[in-house]
Design a protein. Structure first.
Length: 228
């Protein structure tokens, strides 16, 4: 496999520059042994399963749902991706099916749908909390088209404390699907697709956290092999 360019879609896990979902555990990363004193560096790490760029497993919302360690890796590695340009959406507005119809013919089983709002530019600022969010009906149509993995460059596909609650989480995770939140750099992925005119592949790599409802991930994309 040759990779001409790998686009990293992951925010660094940096406690000094992060947005944490309200009520979620904080990120701490502290040096507990040092080369100077002990001959080696070791850090102690504390975080939630939904800290930084991460994946939601069905068990996040669904009783007896699939846990993150049970997700087959082949659903997440080297999968074709569709990047939907939604950068015209403004703070606190709804992404509806009409915004996605242009991409409907590409939505099929095994593809990962990435909603590119550009909101990652607001990461670690108050503006990050007021993001465009997905309409539940649109989520259901995405699922009907066969797509079970939806990624976003926002804090959540649902509005924070919105009247519709966690409707999109319920719809996607309830269908056995997966949600990736807090992606970044989708602009570079769109540019790569425009330049190469070819299919994009992405990998989303969670930790194998036994019985857990999510995990921080390393997410990255590249153009399909053989493309110029
Ligand atoms: Zn989450």
């Amino acid at each position: 496999m040759s990779f001409s360019t790998i686009i990293d879609l992951t925010h660094p896990l940096d406690a000094s520059r992060i947005t944490i979902y309200p009520g979620d555990p904080q990120l701490t990363c502290c040096l507990t042994s040092s080369v100077a004193q002990d001959g080696f560096d070791v850090h102690s790490l504390s975080l939630g399963t939904h800290t930084g760029t991460h994946i939601d497993a069905p068990s996040h919302f669904i009783v007896n749902g699939t846990t993150v360690d049970q997700i087959p890796l082949d659903t997440l590695i080297g999968r074709p991706a569709i990047v939907v340009d939604l950068t015209y959406k403004t703070a606190g507005t709804k992404i509806v099916w009409d915004d996605l119809t242009k991409y409907a013919s590409k939505m099929k089983e095994g593809t990962i749908l990435l909603l590119y709002t550009g909101w990652s530019a607001h990461w670690a600022t108050p503006a990050y909390m007021q993001y465009p969010y997905l309409d539940r009906d649109a989520a259901e149509r995405i699922l009907s088209a066969g797509v079970k993995i939806v990624g976003l460059d926002t804090l959540s596909p649902d509005e924070i404390e919105g009247p519709e609650g966690y409707g999109v989480h319920d719809a996607i995770l309830g269908a056995g699907g997966l949600i990736i939140e807090n992606l970044t750099n989708l602009k570079a992925l769109v540019r790569l697709e425009e330049e190469s005119g070819t299919e994009l592949l992405v990998s989303i790599v969670p930790l194998i956290l036994a019985g857990c409802d999510g995990s921080p991930v390393r997410a990255f994309g590249w153009k399909a092999r053989g493309a110029h």
